[in-house]
Design a protein around this ligand. Structure first.
Ligand code: TXA
Ligand code: MG
Length: 348
């Protein structure tokens, strides 16, 4: 299949016109990869069964892992889902933005989108290109992250091209995604409390300012126990993983340095905070990639998936990284990194 690439880092009138063409094609059944503020999405017509079947196929994704419906305005959620007062409060506080809310689905949503669940995940991205595409499509856009199933989510068009070129009709290149980690996913419980299913840039602390009780699902921090039922099917799959094993280190910067010296090698990649990089480069043969200042975890979020892909490109046989603190955006980092590392943590 011929994949058309639309460059939209600095969109002008002509670019917006081409995005509208891609939107019309999406409504008619085409697959369109588009940028969002979190990661790139692999979009198809959210009301069309065949389009969702094509999405699962293009990604190589198991069809029991449901898709998120993307809308241009939170008010549109009402057409596809049963909207509650808590949803409205969340929408006022965080939409458009990096929050996904799981609601009871209406009949209009194909069961292929929800993977047979009675619920549907709704998200309203803030990225202008994403919103323009959804508006132009005139239908909700079903979109998982635009990576091959199991590999890190794409945060720039080059990642998408590496994974999906010739599997989709359009790729809209909007440059680097600002946040770099997928949206926060929450579900409202019958008692009005929220369960956090996947942490993201909308943190538990932020959610607690809007909703009294926010519970963090066990699966956010821990591996599933055999036979345990999952609230969010995505949690049971190996995720975000680079090809080389990733090992996370828990300890002080001095302890990390000691560990790296003892485990040095030219096929090793170390993801290190900016403060540590110079000393590391002086004392190790390993390839040391900076993930920004430790006090600014947003930078690690922004580059994490790109760094995991880069480590693979460099032919890494082993990747080391510090285990982040699990507060604020750090909880989202902790959740992605611990899965990418298949829960391998070395306590120093
Ligand atoms: O930031 C994002 O959310 C990106 C961009 C493209 O919007 N999308 C994304 O989609 O990360 P995906 O498919 O890679 O992850 C969606 C997650 C999956 O883990 C899935 O299991 C969960 O959402 N999910 C979808 N529908 C659900 C539902 N009805 N109940 C519980 N979890 C659901
Ligand atoms: Mg994904």
């Amino acid at each position: 299949m011929n994949t058309e690439i639309i460059r939209a880092e600095m969109p002008d009138a002509e670019t917006y016109h081409r995005i509208e063409e891609a939107g019309a094609a999406l409504r008619a059944g085409a697959l369109v990869v588009f940028p969002t503020e979190t990661v790139y999405g692999l979009g198809g017509n959210g009301l069309d069964k065949t389009a969702s079947a094509r999405i699962y196929h293009a990604k190589g994704r198991p069809s029991d892992n449901p898709l998120i419906l993307h809308v241009a305005e939170p008010e549109e959620a009402d057409q596809f889902a049963v909207v509650t007062p808590v949803f409205r409060r969340l929408a006022r506080a965080f939409m458009p933005g990096p929050l996904t809310v799981v609601l009871q689905a209406r009949e209009s949503v194909p069961r292929t989108v929800t993977a047979g669940l009675p619920t549907v995940a709704v998200r309203c991205p803030i990225h202008p290109v994403a919103r323009h595409l959804i508006r132009a499509a005139g239908v909700p856009v079903a979109a998982p992250s635009a990576n091959l199933s199991g590999s890190p989510s794409p945060t720039c068009a080059a990642h998408v091209i590496a994974d999906l070129c010739s599997r989709v009709e359009y790729i809209i290149d909007g440059g680097d995604c600002e946040i770099g980690l997928e949206s926060t996913i929450v579900k409202e419980e019958p008692d009005g409390a929220l369960t956090l299913l996947r942490p993201g840039a909308v943190t538990p602390e932020m959610l607690r300012e809007v909703v009294d009780e926010v519970r963090i699902s066990d699966a956010v921090r821990h591996p599933l126990k055999p036979g345990q039922t999952v609230l969010s099917p995505g949690m049971k799959y190996r995720h975000y993983a680079p090809k080389a094993p990733l090992i996370l280190l828990k300890g002080t910067p001095e302890q990390r340095l000691g560990f790296y010296r003892a485990h040095d090698g030219e096929h090793t990649v170390i993801l290190a905070y900016e403060e540590e990089i110079q000393q590391l480069r002086q004392s190790c043969r390993a390839v040391c990639l900076s993930v920004g200042a430790q006090a600014y975890q947003e930078e690690l979020a922004h580059v994490l998936f790109a760094m995991l892909r880069r480590a693979d490109e460099l032919g890494a046989q082993c990747i080391y990284a510090p285990l982040p603190e699990d507060a604020g955006i750090g909880l989202a980092l902790y959740n992605r990194m611990i899965r990418a590392a298949a829960f391998q943590v070395v306590q120093l």
